[in-house]
Design a protein around this ligand. Sequence first.
Ligand code: UDX
Ligand code: UDX
Length: 466
Amino acid sequence: MKIQNICCIGAGYVGGPTMAVIAQKCPHIKVTVVDINESRIAAWNDDNLNNLPVFEPGLDQVVQDARGRNLFFSTNVDEAINNAEMIFISVNTPTKTYGKGKGMAADLKYIELCARQIARVSKTDKIVVEKSTLPVRTASAIKSILDSTGNDVKFQILSNPEFLAEGTAVDDLLEPDRVLIGGDPTTNEGKKAIDSLVEIYSNWVPREQILTTNVWSSELSKLTANAFLAQRVSSINAMSEICEKTGADVNEVAKAIGMDSRIGPKFLKASVGFGGSCFQKDILNLVYIAKSYGLDEAANYWEQVVIMNNHQKQRFSDNIVSTLYNTVSGKKIAFLGWAFKKDTNDTRESAAIKVADNLLSEQAKISVYDPKVIAERMYADLDYLNSRGSDENRDLLSVHKNPYEACEESHGIAILTEWDEFKDYDWERIYASMKKPAFIFDGRGIMDKNQLENIGFEYYKIGSGE
Ligand code: UDX
Ligand code: UDX
């Protein structure tokens, strides 16, 4: 099947950038990204590229190249589905907050709604591509819904997980380590569907980097990749606590082990804890699947990665309280960073949220500066936890557009995101404006200890026992 029209349902962090790059690289294909959220679609269509709903370095340029030419954003989901030969499903699959599997399993409500909508609207044969991260064997559920319409339309289901990391999404899409396509190679139609997606990516990805597997391997590979990546972060974070007690420095340990080519240097940066929409959700999902097959040892093994991550966030806030003479009640603590990593405005599962929540429960006053995250997002993140009323969250936490203002009169500064600009601030000026002794709690290990101690700061870094 020659693909001329693609529809993508879900204009989020994944669907938006992925489709923008496909459209840029395949000018012969019309790509329509649809979403039920009208304001999100309006933002994607905004003339001012600074207002795009997703901040990603380089994304504005890609959107500018393709938008209006062969890239379109719309809320008319039915029409886009009907016109497309290939439909990507890129809606969110959050962890369930109710019922069976609550707190563990992925909520597939939106996926099912999409499948039902596709089944209802389609008048011609379609290839449906799972882009969202899904539990293994979701494809069979989608297939069963699609095949039960009785209107003679044929569907092929592919799994094409995304491996883009936020903050580097455009580069990851332009030069992926690999593209993974899962399908059914045992039938002619299945093979043709796989080939048509391979052909799309071949417009810019070398053929040997496009892997084709069966659907289940593809679905499980995505969960496995995220579980392994998160496990490395939890492993180095576990070492960071041991370093602090033994006088070792976790950055030195990471460098020493990372030079072993069998281990490699990436994903060994100790931190206040991993965040993002995928790691925790995917591991819990994996744990749930393992448990549902009675594989308790495998489930417990992977669950420990999340337990360690929660511990890391907790001990970071505990350390702030104990260092500030066992009470932060009424004390101002400045947060530099709220996003779950630098170069994104995404805050999902960000460590900053939990650290803030813990400190607010100790009656601290928090003043936040983040270069990209807006105040409403921060309040929504806190309100979602339901630890206190939303008025109280607004009373206790203030959001600033200027980092110097956020730090003024504070007892301590906590660095929660590794934004590059933090390193270049006038730290003498910040020191002068703070209460003394002035503390810095570096949850990302990005600052120069000697420089700060020479100014007069008391400096604490994750994973340093000196
Ligand atoms: C999501 C998942 O979190 C991730 O696991 C998956 O791999 C890809 O999809 P992301 O793009 O970051 O990632 O999510 P989000 O930014 O929340 O975007 C999802 C979009 O789907 C939202 O804009 C939402 O409005 C839209 N949506 C959701 C629909 O258009 N229809 C629905 O029925 C449900
Ligand atoms: C991740 C995967 O990398 C990507 O392939 C997948 O498709 C989606 O999930 P993302 O969550 O966007 O991407 O960012 P990532 O760079 O993986 O970082 C996740 C979290 O781990 C961040 O909070 C980051 O700060 C933290 N991290 C990462 C560390 O604390 N230390 C590290 O060494 C690396």
